[in-house]
Design a binder for this molecule. Structure first.
Ligand SMILES: Nc1ncnc2c1ncn2[C@@H]1O[C@H](COP(=O)(O)OP(=O)(O)OP(=O)(O)O)[C@@H](O)[C@H]1O
Length: 332
């Protein structure tokens, strides 16, 4: 369990982390989201005692990081995959970590196998490592002490599709063993598949602390993916009736308002061919993008103050609400 209470970090007049309170429970993968500069890395550094909080506290298993006896046995972290001395081999790097934390050397071979670094590669200097190999080594280092808590900043950075799937399965299995897994990622599609719970911050403040399922249920919008050989004609027919029509990244229209049946009937009544009608909901990426936007800059009510604050989830979701007609309006 990781527990932050009123955690605040200021650098000069810049508040990187602003009165954050949250818990990261064991047995789940918790995703940590926020736009660039939101304060995710700073929060992770504070958890790991790499930076001192201006005020507030953060504990791991009820203790501050600095009070943990053998830290690598309690917390494994991947913050910067390049933080390994390039002249050293992966094996020597891990053996050094093991020795300084009272971990048997046999564990080095175990974690190398676990992360898929072959013995021959592990004996080479790490300066020749690809980004993906560096990530695997960083994860091996995080796992060496068989810790209860894992903190990973962008663990899928530089990994190929197979590597990304491997990380996903690893995170899920570590959580299933009852460990606490806290990870940040900019790859939303991946986060949606991996995390059970989400902590979202913006400008250092907490925006949401919620199960992934509830987050999507509360903020995702139902829509229909529509493909037709006459997209402009269909768009006009739909918009005139108050539907919201957006381009879907995969091509075709995303239509909010009428359901698939109503869209199909409308097209038929106007002699339009429809090649696809698929009911869908917004992805985590779409919900998150809409939500993170208001936290970038928010002017207070008096109109003069330049002070900013993060939008609440309700405010953020209000920004993204679309007009939806009742289904009756679509029955002609
Ligand atoms: N050592 C530092 N000195 C001064 N300002 C800092 C320092 N570290 C971070 N900041 C500032 O604190 C804010 C939060 O930065 P942080 O790196 O924690 O954000 P982040 O959410 O991890 O961003 P990213 O997604 O880009 O990694 C930023 O405005 C950053 O410029």
């Amino acid at each position: 369990m990781i527990e932050a209470t009123g955690l605040t970090k200021r650098y000069g007049d810049r508040t990187a982390v602003d009165a954050l309170s949250f818990r990261v429970p064991p047995g789940k993968v918790t995703g940590f989201l926020g736009p660039n500069g939101a304060g995710k890395s700073t929060t992770m550094r504070l958890i790991l005692g790499l930076d001192a909080a201006t005020s507030g506290t953060v504990t791991v298993g009820g203790r501050r990081y600095g009070r943990l006896g053998a830290p690598l046995r309690s917390v494994g972290a991947l913050l910067d995959a390049k933080g390994v001395h390039g002249g050293r081999s992966a094996y020597r790097h891990l053996a050094g970590l093991a020795a300084s934390n009272g971990i048997p050397r046999t564990r080095v071979d175990e974690v190398l196998e676990l992360v898929g670094l072959p013995p021959a590669t592990a004996r080479k200097r790490t300066k020749g490592f690809s980004l993906g190999m560096g990530q695997r080594l960083g994860i091996a280092a995080a796992l060496i002490g068989d810790p209860e808590v894992l903190i990973l900043d962008e663990p899928v950075n530089g990994l190929d599709t197979e590597g990304i799937r491997w990380i996903r399965d690893l995170m899920k299995s570590l959580a299933a063993e009852g460990r606490t897994v806290f990870l940040s990622s900019h790859l939303m599609s991946e986060m949606e598949l991996t995390a059970d719970h989400l902590i979202v911050i913006g400008r250092g403040r907490l925006l949401a602390d919620t199960p992934m399922r509830d987050f999507l249920a509360a903020h995702a919008q139902a829509h229909t993916l529509v493909r037709t050989p006459e997209p402009e004609r269909l768009r006009q027919l739909l918009e005139v009736r108050g539907a919201t029509v957006r381009l879907d990244p995969r091509g075709g229209w995303q239509v909010a308002g009428p359901d698939a049946e109503a869209i199909g009937d409308l097209a038929r009544d106007h002699g339009l061919a429809v090649h696809e009608l698929t009911p869908a909901r917004s992805s985590l990426e779409e919900v998150y993008t809409a939500m993170a936007q208001p936290s970038v800059e928010y002017r207070t009510g008096d109109g003069k103050s330049a002070a900013t604050r993060a939008a609440t989830p309700a405010e953020a979701s209000a920004d993204t609400s679309v007009r939806t007609n009742t289904q009756e309006e679509w029955v002609r």
